[in-house]
Design a protein around this ligand. Structure first.
Ligand code: GDP
Ligand code: MN
Length: 372
């Protein structure tokens, strides 16, 4: 479960990690009194579950309450990598001298929490890792021994404020059963105060039963309109940031399809599992959900017939295409039980915009090409 920035900051506050004071707003009219209460310059920030909001125009400084109202109007409704902004976090603006980066993640390979720190914060951490790997300090924590001060010193050096934040962030990470706690940027102000300007937190879904107080947060994070629409339709769907829509029958195959699209040089727009059946209803619902994402430029439909028969799925696809108006091309890879019959059915009907490829990799390459 990914938390919004304002929720992550609420969590940080509970662990005594310094954050700016702020207010939530869902309309420009609400932004004005929020800015008034905070006083002075404020930052108006889009609350969406994706990074790079700053670059996308989702983070703006406002001089006064009237300006905050204007900026709020600009940011609300903005589409940031497929996430439409419906909530804003208005916080007291900070002066920035330096932007650092601090995170705790779960290193699954090492089976240990991993602390990461760099003074080159404020930009995407992947960029630092690629361009200046020596600037990124990494320190593992033995989960049984726990955090120790010397580990913190190895990570960030001797700055007391930063050291205290590392310890608190590690405590937040373990006590909340998080898989990610990231502060980017962790800023140093001109007067030398260190504090968290952003918060990115992911809680392990498997541990949510231990945190009933997070339940109310889940409801708001479920407010993504596409995922809500999918739930309404009973479609297993997770929104991603790319342009190749993905549909597979079975969770494992759908995951593999996501991977193959990446291997083919593309970016998946979603994860979507059709489940075991291949009925027209199921296909219609799934295609409607996937195609509703304006970022989708092509769809890859990957079917492996086991109990589900290829000819049935092929008929399901044709029936579905009759009923949904697809504005994007769809590439089908059909294998397994009755695949030959299924492919023949599709080839014969040859609906416009549908292509059939023999292998998963060929199909992924074609879908990526069509999305380019
Ligand atoms: P992200 O782009 O989604 O990671 O959003 P951030 O919360 O990290 O904000 C992006 C950038 O906006 C930061 O790296 C800062 O440079 C800038 N920013 C955010 N809050 C403030 C603030 O209070 N004052 C100033 N001057 N800049 C800010
Ligand atoms: Mn950030």
């Amino acid at each position: 479960m990914d938390l919004y920035e304002y929720q992550g900051k609420e969590l940080f506050r509970r662990f005594d990690i310094p954050v700016s004071e702020g207010r939530l707003a869902t309309s420009p009219a609400e932004a004005r009194p929020a800015a008034e209460e905070l006083g002075g310059r404020v930052v108006v920030k889009a609350q969406v579950l994706t990074g790079g909001r700053g670059k996308a125009g989702g983070v703006m400084l406002a001089e006064d309450p009237a300006d905050a109202e204007r900026k709020a109007a600009e940011i609300l409704g903005l589409d940031i990598r497929g996430h439409v902004v419906s909530k804003l976090w208005i916080e007291r603006s900070s002066e920035i001298e330096e932007e650092h980066y601090l995170s705790v993640t779960l290193d699954r390979g090492e089976k240990k929490p991993l602390l990461m720190y760099t003074k080159e914060g404020g930009v995407e951490i992947e960029q630092v890792a690629a361009e200046k790997p020596e600037a990124l300090v990494r320190v593992h924590v033995d989960p049984l021994e726990g955090y120790r001060d010397d580990l913190g010193r190895k990570l960030v050096g001797d700055d007391d404020q930063t050291l205290a934040i590392v310890e608190k962030l590690y405590r937040c990470f373990t006590e909340c059963d998080a898989t990610l706690c990231e502060i980017n940027p962790l800023i140093v102000t001109p007067v030398g105060t260190v504090h968290a300007l952003d918060a990115k937190v992911t809680i392990d879904d498997a541990a949510l039963f231990r945190h009933p107080d997070f339940a109310e947060w889940r409801d708001t994070s479920a407010a993504d309109p596409l995922e809500a629409f999918a739930r309404e339709k009973g479609v297993t769907y997770v929104k991603l940031d790319g342009s190749v829509g993905i549909l597979g029958n079975g969770a494992g195959l759908s995951m593999a399809t996501v991977d193959v699209v990446v291997v083919a040089g593309g970016r998946p727009a979603n994860f979507c599992d059709l489940g075991g059946g291949g009925s027209a209803e199921g296909v219609v619902d799934a295609l409607e959900v996937i195609a509703r994402d304006a970022q989708v430029r092509s769809i890859l439909f990957n079917i492996f017939g086991g109990i589900t028969r290829g000819d049935e799925v092929a008929r399901g696809i044709l029936a579905a295409l009759d009923r949904v108006d697809l504005a994007v091309p769809i590439v089908v890879r059909l294998d397994g039980t009755n695949a030959e019959e299924g492919r023949a059915i599709l080839r014969e009907a040859a609906p416009p915009g549908l292509e059939v490829e023999p292998t998963m990799l060929d199909a992924a390459r074609r879908a990526v090409e069509l999305a380019a």
